[in-house]
Design a protein around this ligand. Structure first.
Ligand SMILES: O=C(O)C1=N[C@H](C(=O)O)C[C@H](O)C1
Length: 296
């Protein structure tokens, strides 16, 4: 269901600190023009924790409109770690949302049986398919390939955003025998190329705000079996991602998008602080090395 590159949108802020909805709309259209297969609203990259409920709803509304007009899927991040409030949020999603990206319950460390019970409860009541966000270095909860395979057989579980911090044994195991109709999407920007080589169907990557077409080309090259092209491009994009993640995400991405005139300010909300000028300059120069056309 979710193939190719899906960009987890930053939330641009205006000079007075307000959410710049016109910039959300422009950026969303630009990324789809550049080759993104879909968008993700309210991810970590969107600074979801720093947005009010009204701001979140407004961002989703704009993204849903753009995605509807382009006939591409919109995935929405839904945060929480107990099923009742997460189910309420899932039921409040507007029409036209293709899937919800739901984080493995964080901080509590409920164990894998708890993770299974949690996602089964959500899947039973969710109006939209779920994409499990597996990111143990943020949640504190390991999830094995066996657990993901078990959950992946549920008709309401569409895939996993796999962000284990590298290519681990579970990634190899899962992609060696994935459930039918279950998409594995790379969520660690620097490791997306090797994950695609193992058979992932795409990625949800903050880095793909830049060089979007190149990331799409990377997916296509691995899927076409063009390992020479894919390996070379993968190395270049990994260098770009490393510079974009040199400071906490999405600070450098926002700095670069602002320098390129794609968002009105590079501002982020606390506890994030804007990226340093040197980090932004390094990332800009890496973008130019990957681009086919200047400013791409
Ligand atoms: O918001 C997201 O989705 C992503 N978040 C990750 C993070 O901030 O660690 C990075 C990934 O590229 C997408």
């Amino acid at each position: 269901m979710l193939k190719g590159i899906h960009v987890p949108l930053v939330t641009p802020f205006g000079p007075a600190g307000e959410v710049a909805l016109d910039a959300v709309e422009k950026l969303a259209g630009h990324l789809l023009d550049q080759g993104a297969a879909g968008l993700v609203a309210l991810g970590t990259t969107g600074e979801v924790a720093a947005l009010s409920p009204a701001e979140r709803a407004a961002v989703v509304e704009v993204c849903a409109r753009v995605c509807r007009e382009r006939d591409v899927p919109l995935t929405v991040g839904v945060t929480g770690n107990e099923p009742r409030s997460v189910l309420t949020a899932l039921r409040e999603l507007p029409d036209g949302v293709a899937a919800a990206l739901v984080t493995v319950p964080y901080f509590l460390r409920p164990g894998e049986r708890g993770v299974i019970a949690y996602f089964e409860a959500l899947a039973a009541g969710s109006p939209v398919p779920l994409v499990i966000y597996h990111i143990p270095y943020r949640t504190g909860q390991q999830v094995s390939a066996a657990t993901l395979r078990h959950l992946g057989r549920h008709p309401r579980v569409a895939g996993v955003k796999y962000a284990a911090g590298g290519i681990d044994q579970d990634a190899v195991d899962l992609l060696g025998e994935p459930p039918a109709e279950f998409d594995v999407l790379g969520g660690d920007d620097v490791f997306v190329s090797p994950l695609l080589a193992l058979g992932a169907s795409g990625g949800i990557l903050a880095s793909a705000h830049l060089a979007t077409g190149r990331f799409a080309e990377l997916v296509a090259a691995w899927q076409a079996g063009d390992a020479v092209r894919a390996r070379e491009l993968g190395h270049r994009l990994a260098r770009l991602s490393a510079t974009l993640f040199a400071e906490p995400n999405p600070t450098v991405v926002k700095g670069v998008l602002h320098a390129r005139g794609l968002i009105p300010t590079p501002d982020v909300r606390l506890p994030l602080l804007p990226a340093g000028a040197e980090a932004v300059a390094r990332a800009l120069s890496e973008c130019d090395m990957v681009a086919v056309h200047p400013g791409e």
